[in-house]
Ligand binder design. Structure first.
Ligand code: DON
Length: 414
């Protein structure tokens, strides 16, 4: 199996047994969700896609729609106009809280329900046109035409009195730009859009890639809107769990009561997870656990220390059918993924060539990168010979040796 896929499949298997939490029931139709469904997907900003478990299962996007609609509003109106109606401070409160700023009446941020309804109401046109604009944008993020789960839409429309109350409150504060019932109707439809974990990963990868979908190559929103959206996801995406999330997972993310979570490694990856049982904050239990582990194992925390953040492929040369890859820098997960992809492509283009991977100029190899490179070489053994030029012994070291860099090893030897 492809090495990145193996890592994702292992994560899914490790967390399958975690049966804590319960599916959302306050929207009656969501109570029918399968608590065992569990999918994980990852898409790089180069457009490489990986998945494990039920990554192709459909569910309603719910609150994961909010950051994407916010980015559309930012693209259409600019940050200053949007900020007159909705703030960007973490509320520290549940998603359905009455959280309006004293003085301005603005909802605290666009990711709690009050702020999301105000944001949705900023999208131009009548109700129908506004919804189609939202659907088109979310489809652009996902790279395919998204549909609505009509049963979930009707179920929420029939029961969503708290959201209607929030809409009327914001209307009374002068920050809601359309009639409250119409704003809620568009918002309920937006929440009932059906996606898969793969869709969420592509959507996240589009934000990671500055607003251009890396799979379709199409720009969906401008880079400023994508960046502002990631900032708000980083501080407010997991509601009253946002602080701990940033500490432990360290990725901008958004959850939904359908069981979906979209997380973003800026400039690198989008990740989509689906598992319906939720914790008391309304965040998927398995998704939170799997993302915490994925972030740690793959070294994706946005505030982690890195020595270098550029392509590890210094040069790729081909002489008489033999390929030579010269690598550079600190090899973490993203670097290893890029190298593995390159080696596999070279091996596919020309069966039985020699691929030399030169680590002479590499400063560090993180454990996940060492593993992916070794698995890649092992997996291709039948088709090609992958040879490492590894003078510092960075890849071929016993697994008990936990140090990563020549410097760390020298320090330890003293
Ligand atoms: O407005 C609601 O209550 C739902 N349509 C969406 C809430 C939601 O997904 C909260 N996120 N975890």
């Amino acid at each position: 199996m492809e090495p990145v896929t193996v890592v994702l499949a292992e994560l899914v298997e490790r967390h399958r047994a975690d049966t804590a939490g319960d599916v959302a029931r306050y929207i009656p139709e969501l109570a029918r969700a399968d608590p065992h469904a569990f999918g994980l997907a990852m898409v790089s900003v180069q457009g490489h896609a990986y998945q494990a478990g039920d990554a192709a299962a459909a569910f309603t996007i719910q609150s994961v729609s909010k950051p994407f609609v916010y980015s559309l509003a930012l693209s259409e109106l600019g940050l200053a106009e949007v900020a007159r109606r909705v703030g960007f401070e973490p509320s520290g409160e549940p998603f359905n809280a009455i959280s309006l700023e004293a003085g301005t009446g603005r909802p605290a941020n666009p990711l709690i329900n009050a702020g999301a309804i105000v944001t949705t109401a900023l999208i131009g046109g009548d109700g129908e046109a506004a919804f189609e604009r939202i659907r088109d944008t979310l489809s652009g993020f996902a790279g395919r035409r998204l549909t609505v789960d009509e049963d979930v839409y009707r179920s929420e429309a029939a029961t969503g009195d708290r959201n209607r109350a929030l809409a009327y409150l914001t209307l009374s504060q002068g920050v809601l730009e359309r009639p409250a019932q119409q704003a809620c109707d568009v918002y309920f439809r937006q929440c009932a859009i059906e996606v898969t974990a793969v869709d969420l990963a592509v959507m996240g990868a589009t934000l990671a890639n500055g607003g251009r979908n890396p799979v379709t190559g199409r720009r969906v929103v401008d880079a400023d809107a994508a960046g502002a959206t990631l900032s708000v996801m980083a501080t407010c995406g997991m509601y009253d769990h946002s602080g701990e999330w940033m500490l432990r997972v360290g990725l901008p993310a958004k959850s939904g009561v359908g069981g979906g979570v979209c997380a973003v490694s800026p400039g690198q990856f989008g990740v989509g997870v689906f598992s319906p049982p939720l914790d008391p904050q309304g965040n998927s239990v398995r998704a939170s656990a799997v993302l915490r582990e994925l972030s740690a194992e793959l070294g994706l925390h946005v505030l982690r220390h890195t020595e270098r953040a550029r392509s590890p492929l210094q040069a790729v040369r081909t002489d008489h059918g033999a390929h030579h890859l010269e690598l550079l820098g600190d090899l973490g997960f993203a670097a290893a993924e890029e190298i593995v992809h390159c080696v596999r492509r070279l091996a596919r283009d020309q069966p039985r060539p020699l691929v030399t991977v030169d680590l002479s100029h590499v400063t560090a190899v993180r454990p996940i990168a060492r593993r992916l490179l070794a698995d890649c070489a092992a997996g291709l053994r039948a088709r090609t010979t992958v040879r490492f030029v590894d003078p510092a012994g960075l890849v071929r070291r016993p697994s008990t040796d936990r140090s990563d860099t020549p410097g760390e090893r020298a320090e330890r030897a003293e």
